[in-house]
Design a protein around this ligand. Structure first.
Ligand code: NDP
Length: 481
């Protein structure tokens, strides 16, 4: 099946196509996906400027209806669209369905936000003058999204962009184009101006680069790797384009000597191996108090060995394949690196042969690791967890914070004072107490510190900061006649 780009409000083919292959079964080709041309991108950027003005002039209830319809349809079709997502990305079907449902919730949340846009009023310091402070749309927003949450990440950018009156030009990751087409098909059927939302599929280095360098773009929202994020920031600053970026991470889960060990093991297993470890919120460093280290590790290894690796669409699969051959090779290279750094591989970390030919690997647990090893400093994006033993809470907190990333962190403890101290002193954008490092809500801010994030927070009401510009109006009321 051939899939097109959505350019100037029309589905159009490109000069070339790429095949989208199921990582659970390489014999399953999901479809061919058009690669947008440079001219198509320019045309749709021009159209976006006109469409944005028209959209901004819609009443707030009309915008509400559009966003609510998109979200409602996504939630109603979560089973079907989640299956498609899992088929192309490789996450187990329950996670695929959950992602699409959650993506729908971003639209319904921002539907409601269209009605809740309030400004501020003030008296001037000068007599007879009033001040009105309100937010206005920023214009055309370029959205560059990754493959690991192909529908949710795009939705938590597209929904607020539209809510606050902007146009969107979206370049999804080329590894997961089917979910992008499915989402834009829903958006395209709504009561929106032609060209308000565009889909430009293609590689990051070509069409992505052209998009972020364009002076027709007023803001760029990106999620992906740190090196690409830095190159986008450089392009953005050249044009003084507003930019927001969510990038890598190296999240730590601290397990204290007073922790409920079964809870700690469950949090670690879900946090480290959910989505095959391909989450920006994954618990890749497990910082464990030495008093419970051996018991924790024994249960963790037993749990990891018991997890069922398999085809994403098969019932009972807990860990699907990793997304691509390149990702698998990088993961296996990290397993070799771990051995050379002196880490002890207790289980997994190997390629698996399965009935279907896919990119399968077993979840790996490393013990005897130290925080200065590369496996504890670089984002692996793999089903690999590294245990770091510590002698005290203070040392645990130090290790958790000893990273150039800062997205999420967690502590497992029954001690309220420690939990409170950790919550106040962990240098991360999100902190979890007796919860996995992965798993966040849609109505509150999401983002990190250090190399994990740059620019205003995403999600919840914080999104207004990025997707709008503030206008301050002074009104001289004069004297009554
Ligand atoms: P990338 O940063 O390479 O890609 C993310 C998005 O940016 C994709 O849509 C990509 O396009 C696009 N892109 C790439 N280069 C450019 C460019 N020069 N200009 C504009 N857009 C560009 O991440 P990957 O998907 O390749 O993953 C690599 C690593 O990044 C992972 O192993 C992980 O460590 C990290 N990552 C982190 C994520 C997070 O949520 N924190 C999410 C995804 C990745 P395309 O891929 O189509 O070429």
């Amino acid at each position: 099946m051939h899939n097109s780009n959505y350019i100037c409000g029309e589905w159009v083919s490109g000069d070339t196509e790429i095949a989208n292959v199921n990582p659970s079964d390489l014999s399953d080709v999901i479809g061919q996906f058009a690669q947008a041309t440079s001219a198509q991108l320019e045309a749709t950027l021009d159209q976006a400027q006109a469409a944005q003005k028209e959209w901004a002039a819609y009443g707030i209830e009309r915008k509400y209806n559009v966003l609510m319809a998109i979200g409602t349809e996504m939630m109603a079709r979560a089973e079907e669209l989640g299956t498609l997502l899992s088929r192309e990305e490789g996450k187990p079907i329950a996670e695929g369905k959950g992602e699409v449902y959650r993506a729908g919730q971003f639209f319904t949340y921002y539907a409601a936000e269209t009605l809740r846009q309030m400004g501020e009023t003030a008296d001037s310091v000068r007599d007879g003058i009033e001040i009105d402070v309100r937010r206005e749309p920023i214009g055309t927003v370029a959205i560059i999204s990754p493959w690991n949450f192909p529908t949710a990440t795009a939705s938590w950018k597209i929904a607020p962009a539209l809510c606050y009156g902007n146009a969107v030009v979206w370049k999804p990751a080329n590894v997961t184009p089917a979910s992008a087409v499915a989402l834009v098909e829903i958006i395209a059927r709504q009561d929106i101006p032609k060209g308000l939302v565009s889909l430009v599929m293609g590689s990051g280095g070509t069409i992505g680069q052209q998009l972020v360098e364009s002076t027709k773009v007023n803001a760029i929202s990106f999620t992906g790797s740190v090196p690409v994020g830095k190159s986008i920031a450089a392009a953005a600053i050249g044009n003084l384009t507003k930019v927001q970026m969510e990038m890598g991470s190296k999240n730590a889960l601290a397990v204290m000597d007073d922790a409920d060990l079964d809870l700690a093991v469950n949090l670690a297993l879900g946090g480290a191996f959910g989505g095959s470890g391909q989450k920006c919120t994954a618990s890749s460093r497990l910082v464990v108090h030495r008093a419970v280290h051996d018991a924790f590790v024994e249960k963790l290894v037993a749990g990891a060995k018991a997890m069922k690796v398999g085809h994403a669409l098969e019932a009972g699969t807990q860990i699907g394949p990793v997304v691509s051959e390149q990702q698998l090779n990088e993961n296996l290279a990290y397993v070799d690196l771990a051995a050379s750094e002196g880490a002890e591989l207790l289980c997994g970390g190997a390629r698996l042969e399965m009935p279907h030919n896919g990119y399968y690997m077993s979840p790996g647990v490393f013990a005897g690791t130290t925080n200065d090893m590369r496996i504890n400093r670089e984002e692996m994006f793999a089903p690999l967890a590294c245990v770091i033993a510590v002698d005290s809470y203070d040392e645990a907190l130090h290790v958790v914070n000893d990273t150039h990333f800062g997205l999420t962190s967690g502590i497992v403890t029954t001690n309220l004072a420690r939990a409170t101290h950790f919550r106040r002193n962990a240098q991360t954008g999100c902190v979890m107490v007796n919860l996995p490092t992965a798993g966040t809500d849609y109505h509150v801010p999401f983002g990190g510190r250090g190399d994990s994030s740059y620019g205003p927070r995403e999600q919840g009401r914080s999104a207004a900061e990025f997707y709008t510009v503030v206008k301050t109006a002074y009104i001289a009321s004069g004297q009554p006649a």
